[in-house]
Design a protein around this ligand. Structure first.
Ligand SMILES: Nc1ncnc2c1ncn2[C@@H]1O[C@H](COP(=O)(O)OP(=O)(O)OP(=O)(O)O)[C@@H](O)[C@H]1O
Length: 406
């Protein structure tokens, strides 16, 4: 079927009264960015109640794939615009139904008119088109309630629009409407899912990733970058901030009792993330912690780590089971990457028996023995920021692969 336009229905607008303009403006910007490959063909028209994407020959199937990942869209329907000729309505209705009908499906016709001067009223249109379809496709039964296929016919002044699919969008709020946060992204399963959930609520994120060359390979870094590329499908582009962490880890390992290695490392990570958050003018920190999952994620541990800042720390997957997190990771296509065996800095420096109930005073005490300011300053001076684009590849670089094997 060659669709001529897509009607896009906004999500959560009813609760957003005075923010409506901001919502629609952002969504328009985000859709424009997501569909930039088609910018010379398509025409995006954001209106108060709906957005129309005029296709001008651009393929709906490809655009469907991209649009389904833009937050702030509740539903959308590909539609066909035709002249206001009843014979043409019949013919197009039949083609649409033939393209989407599957054995056993029921249908109904639902006409709406914004031009009340059109020669047929809504009832006449429903009957006329319904009779024609039943005649041409007798196997397809009419059903008024919960029909499988609803053929919507909209009679407007300029043309008639037909559509019979209601596709569920990604929901949520347009990325950017809820402000900016920094995300602590590891190479694991949980933090990519937490990133997705933060973006779904309209938060624009930048990734902060700690890496420890030479203890961690380039592959581990590339994995986190490639995960960022997967998540950029939902927001267009994400800045990836790589923070060197080896000196801090070596120093902690040499000076802190083993039971507190993990707590102190995490306190440093959080301190650094908070400084970066401030520099990047973000308001909150997000991470992928889930209560009780590992030693660093008990409430006692979280309290001992959280102690270094007053900045809001949001944990989108905090109350989820691992299986629930994995389900989302599969849906957003990050799972296969996350389980690749390139170990990140935490795994390599993980003590065999970290304290699950660290004592805050002890953590502070051990930390006082280190040159916290100097270590932080040196790590900050080694930061590298790179923009990552949707589906950008980092892992298939042959040279990197050779290095990882050394
Ligand atoms: N190398 C890293 N760089 C940035 N953030 C990290 C790093 N390692 C861990 N974190 C942050 O700390 C959180 C907890 O990490 P941890 O390794 O304890 O748990 P996890 O359950 O394996 O998490 P994940 O699956 O996200 O790696 C991560 O979700 C992430 O937000």
């Amino acid at each position: 079927m060659e669709y001529t336009e897509i009607m896009v229905r906004y999500g959560e607008l009813s609760t957003k009264g005075k923010n409506r303009k901001d919502f629609i403006g952002r969504l328009n910007g985000n859709v424009t960015k997501a569909l930039r490959a088609y910018k010379d063909t398509i025409n995006i028209q954001p209106k108060r109640d709906r957005m129309h994407i005029i296709l001008n020959g651009a393929p709906f199937d490809e655009i469907d794939h991209i649009l389904g990942k833009v937050f702030g869209i509740q539903t959308y329907s590909p539609a066909i615009r035709i002249e206001r000729d009843i014979e043409l309505v019949k013919q197009t209705a039949l083609e649409l139904m033939q393209a989407t009908y599957e054995p056993g499906m029921t249908y109904k016709v639902n006409t709406r008119r914004s031009d009340h001067g059109y020669e047929y009223d809504t009832n006449q249109m429903n009957l006329l088109i319904g009779d024609y379809l039943s005649e041409q496709m007798p196997e397809m039964k009419v059903q008024m309630r919960n029909a499988d296929l609803v053929l919507r016919i909209e009679v407007r002044h300029d043309a008639i629009y037909l559509s019979n699919q209601l596709i569920h969008g990604a929901g949520g709020l347009p990325v950017g409407t809820a402000g900016k946060g920094v995300m602590m992204l590891s190479g694991g399963i949980d933090s990519p899912v937490a990133s997705y959930l933060a973006m779904k609520r309209g938060v624009e994120i930048e990734m902060v990733h700690f890496f420890s060359p030479p203890y961690t390979t380039k592959k581990a870094l590339a994995k986190a970058q490639e995960l960022t590329g997967k998540l950029a499908n939902y927001s267009g582009k994400i800045n990836f901030i790589a923070v060197p962490f080896a000196e801090i880890q070596e120093t902690i390992k040499a000076n802190v009792p083993e039971g507190y290695l993990m707590t102190i490392q995490r306190r440093f990570m959080l301190r650094l993330t908070d400084i970066i958050r401030d520099q990047r003018e973000a308001l909150a920190i997000f991470n992928g912690e889930a209560i009780g999952q590992v030693a660093s994620q008990t409430l006692e541990s979280m309290a001992a780590i959280n102690d270094v800042t007053n900045t809001p720390i949001l944990r989108p997957v905090a109350t989820m089971d691992k299986t629930e997190i994995i389900k989302i990771a599969e849906e957003i296509d990050t799972f296969d990457l996350s389980v690749m065996p390139f170990e990140d800095c935490c795994t390599i420096f993980a003590p065999p028996r970290p304290k699950t109930r660290p004592n805050l005073d002890k953590a502070r005490h051990y930390e006082q023995m280190l040159d916290v300011t100097g270590l932080i300053e040196r790590a900050l001076s080694g930061i590298e920021i790179t923009p990552v684009y949707p589906e950008q590849q980092f892992l298939n670089d042959e040279e990197d692969f050779a290095t990882s094997l050394l």
